[in-house]
Design a protein around this ligand. Sequence first.
Ligand SMILES: [Zn+2]
Length: 396
Amino acid sequence: MAASILLPIVLQIRRIQMPMKTPFNFNFNHRPAIFCHPLNNFSFSSPSLPLYPTRLLCALSPTPPSPSPSPPPVKVLMEKMDLIGIVCDEQCTPGKYYCLLCPKCKGGRLMERSLSLHVIPTGDFAMWRCFQSECGWAGRIFADGRLAFNEFSRTAKLFGGTAKKSLILEPLGDELITYFSKRMISQETLKRNVVMQTADRQAAIAFTYRQNGQLVGCKYRTINKKFWQAKGTEKLFYGIDDINDADELIIVEGEMDKLSVEEAGFLNCISVPGGAPTKVSTNAVASIQKDTAYQYLWSCKDLLDKVPRIILATDSDEPGQALAEELALRLGKHRCWRVDWPYKDDFNRFKDANEILVQLGADALKKAIQDAKSYQLCDTDEIQVEEDLESFHEPS
Ligand SMILES: [Zn+2]
């Protein structure tokens, strides 16, 4: 996949296009009291986001809605806040304000409880804002599953902008659920991975990146395979929370492949965030600080260091194989295994996990992963490189 090449271009285009085609302006005029609170100078909303609670809630449910009474909205809200890392110590009561620890900045140097959370009196949604000036994370979460928040501030500042854009995500609609089901990804898997869609006319897929339960980034993809990222999205493996305490893990090349591998029964799978390089670099691996293209790997080095067996299940094309090689060089080939995707005809192999899932089914995908071969057996002349890496991997 050449997403790594495409991404910067797409990002540039988005930067030009995005400026507020729809100024976010939710109008909850029927509840004016919310906006009178002195702490709340946060207003954001979208005229393109009508309130269709029942349809939206159904959209992400794996089973049809049951006639039994649904849980009270505040309990639903608390569950949803939990998913993005906002933890209310006590039972949230509608109408009340809470000062909580911000999951993004952890309250700054003084570890203050800087996140102000308000559940509106009807319990339909909660809104939050972090009052740490460095952070300023703010958003709303709705009992029907919609989520709205400002972009990840760190990079927004790097770009010199102080005004933070709002992002609004909503549960996947019928069109995207159908798209995923054609690619054999179930609603259960989508729900577990909190895959959502943008609440605009484009309705792009939003792959939410989470770490320790908190939302740290978002990557978007249209059905036509255009990718872009929320500003400030941290360079991180997709699905990183799924490999805590894993003694074996699988690395794939895209979010879709991560979801596919899950359909084959493996949860211990992560995806690189930015696709594959076109070819293996001829330069030696740079020091950790200078190895910018692989910061997503180094940023979770402690977690990866504990894993004795790593299965590389990247694409079968040249960039995919180059990615496997670059990862193996950094992880240590002695603990890497490589998946060879089965042949689809006399000359060509299937391209990736999703193609196998769609064409051959979940059992074939599972078998291909289980049949992974030792990377060292695939590649015999890296002993010298391996020795060099030993010293490189020592903490500096
Ligand atoms: Zn904060």
